[in-house]
Design a protein around this ligand. Structure first.
Ligand code: 3PZ
Ligand code: ZN
Length: 367
């Protein structure tokens, strides 16, 4: 029997929980090593493409308040006693990456003193080779990637002992191909992406077992074409991003961060052929809601940071024309604080540096 669903309206599309045919056999949804069904035939993507063309000629696009955002980023850095800097204190290395990459996207990299930043980054390095979120803190793969990325941004990778940093990252790979975030051992596919991304920037992918790393990631495929954080969708304690899947009455971990990380890790390692692009593309394009924003899961509110996770995932699997870029840009522009700079998760919320970065990045990719 072929699955040929009726054409849905956009609000019905965002409400539909599960893009799979109802006759999809139950047993194959539970195991980690499953055969995926052929993607359901849908009508909407070509329709969406046509709508996009019409829209792009009708919608007069607004602009980013670029100068305000630059001022905002510099101000966050200076206000050491604010709530924001208290939050960012232990993850300042990530904050530096978000802020500095935003400046770079806005073509304003030279408003900061790169020597001062590089000096501070090197003070965050631990004898193990890994980097901490700030001076005197413990190293973690999360901050190690941000340190590498900021140095790459300023074209200063030469200050690194590349062998030492790459040995630290490679040392976090486990027997089964997965990666831990630090010596304490928490495993997550996000760390797989971080390791693969960092090592590829350093041109040291040969230091890990790439085949096992890829096999681990594809063992985390969910039945809806997405990816979870552990094989077979089994949860591990502390993971909060679960999606209830009524058909199998189970919670599957399915966070957009993980979908992005798995797809990006497979893209870097040349293993994207393992992704069912139509199936994942469907799940991703259903994340767009009426306002034009993208959510992380069915029934959730849109959030600017998903603009990046969803848009870049769709771009990697060649399905970015399945959403309306114009509407997305409108949503992102609506989340700007046009007076004091910065971008929030959704209109009228408080701005922060994380959403400022992902908003500018999303707008840049969509435009
Ligand atoms: C935010 N972190 O755990 S966090 C982050 N979130 O370090 C930074 N969208 O409360 C800022 N939600 C704001 N400045 C939020 C980074 C999270 C993501 C939370 C968030 C974003 C919706 C709820 C996890 C890359 C790196 C880290 C993450 C995701 C991707 C918070 C809450 C959490 C965090 C920091 C501050 C202000 C900023
Ligand atoms: Zn967000």
């Amino acid at each position: 029997m072929e699955f040929n669903p009726p054409l849905l309206t956009s609000s019905q599309r965002t409400l539909s929980l599960f893009p799979l045919p109802l006759h999809f056999p139950l047993e194959i949804r539970t195991a980690g090593e499953v055969e995926f069904p052929p993607p359901p035939k849908r009508h909407a993507p070509p329709l969406q493409q046509a709508l996009n063309t019409i829209e792009s000629t009708l919608v007069a696009m607004g602009e980013l308040a670029a100068d305000k955002h630059v001022k905002y980023i510099l101000a966050v850095e200076k206000r050491k006693d604010s709530f924001e800097s208290a939050v960012l204190e232990h993850l300042r290395m990530n904050g530096a990456y978000w802020g500095l990459t935003t400046l770079d996207l806005l073509d304003k990299r030279d408003v900061v003193d790169s020597n001062e930043i590089i000096e501070w980054i090197l003070k965050c390095q631990h004898e193990s080779g890994g980097f901490a979120g700030n001076i005197g803190h413990d190293p973690h793969i999360l901050y190690t990637l941000s340190a590498i990325q900021v140095l790459a941004l300023f074209d200063k990778l030469n200050v690194l002992d590349v062998d030492k940093v790459s040995t630290y990252i490679a040392g976090l790979q486990n027997e089964d191909g997965s990666f831990s975030g630090d010596i304490w051992g928490e495993v997550d596919t996000r760390f797989s992406y971080i390791a693969i991304c960092g090592l590829s920037i350093l041109k040291c992918l040969d230091k890990i077992n790439v085949e096992r790393a890829v096999n681990y990631i594809i063992s985390c495929r969910n039945v809806d074409g997405g990816f979870g954080c552990t094989p077979g969708g089994e949860s591990h304690a502390g993971q909060s991003m679960f999606q209830f899947t009524p058909r199998i009455e189970k919670f599957l971990p399915c966070s957009m961060f993980e979908v992005f990380c798995c797809v990006a890790a497979l893209a870097i390692t040349g293993a994207l052929h393992y992704v069912d692009k139509d199936l994942l593309g469907w799940w991703l394009c259903e994340r767009q809601v009426k306002s034009g924003g993208l959510n992380g899961r069915p029934e959730k509110l849109p959030d600017v940071c998903y603009s990046w996770w969803v848009l870049s995932s769709l771009t990697m699997i060649d399905r970015v024309h399945w959403i309306s870029k114009e509407k997305l840009i409108k949503f992102i522009l609506n989340c700007q604080d046009t007076e004091n700079g910065g971008i929030s998760d959704r209109p009228d919320d408080a701005v922060d540096i994380f959403h400022t970065y992902f908003g500018v990045a999303g707008k840049t990719v969509a435009a």
